[in-house]
Design a protein around this ligand. Structure first.
Ligand SMILES: Nc1nc2c(ncn2[C@@H]2O[C@H](COP(=O)(O)OP(=O)(O)OP(=O)(O)O)[C@@H](O)[C@H]2O)c(=O)[nH]1
Ligand SMILES: [Mg+2]
Length: 301
């Protein structure tokens, strides 16, 4: 009996993302809101404090509070949160008949290299022919970090012996190999950068241009912004600025396991019209989950 229970829990923990710290905040709301059939006076101030404290942001919090004024129940709150997240649902579809480049960008330490490792693992397990490009050519450690992920999952990593090679040249080479060696998907790493660094943003635009130079083969390029889920309103601003400057197809939000401020995802879903493809909830290869609003809301209550 006990053995069975344990097994079941283990299975559940695989399905439900680990959002325990954010859950500590949101689950406080359950006590403040009546169930459908209860009478209770609504303490909007306390509810607001919790939402703001979880980084839901002022405008999105206002929206939620307004809805609670109309229907002050926990069921309505969950529905409202779900509706906000649903705005950002769009799967990252890979057409394996066409070569695809996923270009990973974002600020320093957001989780780009780790996420490439995890995605490579996922795609390879789905039977795709995967290639990685160590496009963060500034730091030897960044190249080594990606090589380690490649070795762990038996995935080829394109690097260069030339220490002075620039990122766009390396990614251009890798794109050529994607096509000539008939790989299906190339995951390209880049160095972290701030959205207000003009030179480094120009470099990203150049990378996008050179990838599309290899384009007689109908290559698909998707630019994915990696965002640290614990970064609060800064993360939100980054998403807005990177999108404005570079153009991004979608987001991956990382480190949601290590933050109580995972409410930022509601602000992002509400105010940016960008798809959230995956969420990162840990450091190992399978700690990357396809973004599922239902699972997310369930995991934080
Ligand atoms: N807990 C947790 N840690 C993560 C997650 N994603 C990445 N990390 C950790 O965050 C740290 C930074 O990750 P990297 O992948 O090196 O970040 P990066 O964006 O490539 O960083 P730069 O190359 O320096 O710009 C590493 O210690 C990762 O293990 C996650 O979802 N959860
Ligand atoms: Mg990196």
């Amino acid at each position: 009996m006990f053995g069975f229970k344990k097994q079941k829990n283990k299975k559940n923990s695989k399905l439900t993302p680990n959002l325990d710290l954010t859950k500590q905040k949101f689950s406080l709301l359950s006590a403040l809101l009546p169930k459908d059939n209860e009478d209770k006076i609504l303490d909007t101030e306390q509810i607001e404090d919790i939402l703001i404290g979880a980084d839901v942001g002022v405008t999105t919090t206002d929206k939620i509070i307004q809805s609670l004024h109309k229907k002050p129940t926990i069921e309505n709150l969950k529905q409202e949160l779900l509706d906000l997240l649903k705005k950002s649902v769009k799967k990252l579809e890979i057409d394996v008949k066409k070569p695809t480049v996923l270009l990973m960008i974002g600020i320093n330490g957001a989780g780009k290299t780790t996420t490439i490792g995890k995605l490579g693992f996922k795609f390879k397990n789905q039977g795709m022919r995967v290639l990685l490009a160590a496009g963060d050519t500034y730091r030897a450690a960044a190249v080594a970090q990606l090589q380690e992920w490649g070795q762990r999952n038996s995935i080829e990593v394109i690097t260069s012996d030339n220490e002075k090679i620039d990122s766009s040249a390396l990614i251009y080479d890798a794109t050529a190999q994607l096509i000539s060696k008939k790989y299906q998907i190339l995951l390209a790493d880049t160095a972290g950068r701030l959205h207000n660094n003009k030179n480094l943003m120009a470099q990203l635009k150049k990378i996008k241009r050179v990838i599309l130079k290899n384009n007689e083969d109908n290559l698909i390029l998707k630019t994915i912004l990696i965002i640290d889920g614990g970064g609060g309103q800064n993360s939100f601003n980054q998403a807005q600025e990177f999108n404005k400057e570079i153009g991004v197809n979608g987001l991956i939000i990382t480190k949601l396991d290590g933050t109580a401020r995972g409410g930022i995802i509601f602000a992002i879903a509400d105010k940016l019209t960008l798809p959230i493809y995956y969420i990162g909830t840990g450091e190992s290869a399978d700690d990357l989950k396809e973004f599922n609003p239902q699972d997310f809301v369930e995991a934080i209550f």
